[in-house]
Ligand binder design. Structure first.
Ligand SMILES: [Fe+2]
Length: 214
């Protein structure tokens, strides 16, 4: 997916370069994840009817959302076994680390809340304890895209979910973990995408969305 121009949303070259230099040099998986979260987030926001300006902010913020992980050692990030409590606490700091990495750089202020709050939960039990409409709406979109990509990406420590399994998981947790209106916008996008494919039912199973098998 080309993150530089997605649905007519042009992502600033400097942001793309920043993410590319830091994340692709650090981890190809993290770089790919950031680009995936960017494209999925924009699809959700577009189907929710958000403005073009918000789509741009969202695109940049999504590319940057996990940049704080570049401060955490790869052995912990990629550990195939269950994390210890201290390792889990360390990984949880990536939202604050990401904000601190960028907060003194001019022109990126609007992306900082998306980095800091992308692990909030709708019920208030996330990293910083924001809840419901108190969570910046663009951050709550990134949360959904982030979870969807994490569930459907091949990772050494988990069985990859199909797209329908991941959508089911989002649906089961809307209103507790995820913002309901944006889960519904994402489902709406997927349904329209599949209808638009004009595929017979028997063929739809072979179709892919975001390179994720159905
Ligand atoms: Fe994250």
């Amino acid at each position: 997916m080309n993150a530089l121009n997605f649905l007519g949303v042009t992502i600033k070259l400097c942001i793309e370069k920043l993410v590319g230099i830091i994340l692709s040099g650090f981890s190809d998986d993290l770089y790919t994840h950031s680009c995936n979260v960017c494209s999925i987030s924009i699809k959700i926001a577009q189907h929710a009817g958000l403005s073009q300006q918000k789509l741009k902010t969202l695109g940049y913020g999504a590319l940057l959302h996990d940049i704080g992980k570049s401060c955490i050692n790869k052995r912990t990030l990629n550990k195939p076994d269950r994390l210890t409590d201290s390792e889990f606490r360390l990984i949880k700091t990536h939202t604050i680390l990401g904000k601190k990495m960028l907060e003194h750089i001019e022109g990126v202020g609007e992306y900082l809340p998306l980095i800091l709050y992308h692990h909030e939960r709708w019920d208030g039990t996330g990293y910083e304890g924001l809840s419901g409409d108190g969570i910046p709406e663009l951050a709550s979109i990134i949360t959904i895209a982030d979870s969807f990509d994490a569930m459907t990406a091949p990772r050494p420590y988990q069985k990859r979910k199909t797209m329908f399994e991941a959508l089911t998981e989002l649906n089961l947790n809307k209103g507790t973990q995820f913002a309901p209106q944006f889960v519904e916008a994402f489902e709406d996008y997927i349904i329209k995408h599949l209808k638009g494919s004009n595929l017979p039912q028997s063929e739809i199973k072979k179709c892919q969305v975001f390179n994720v098998p159905l």
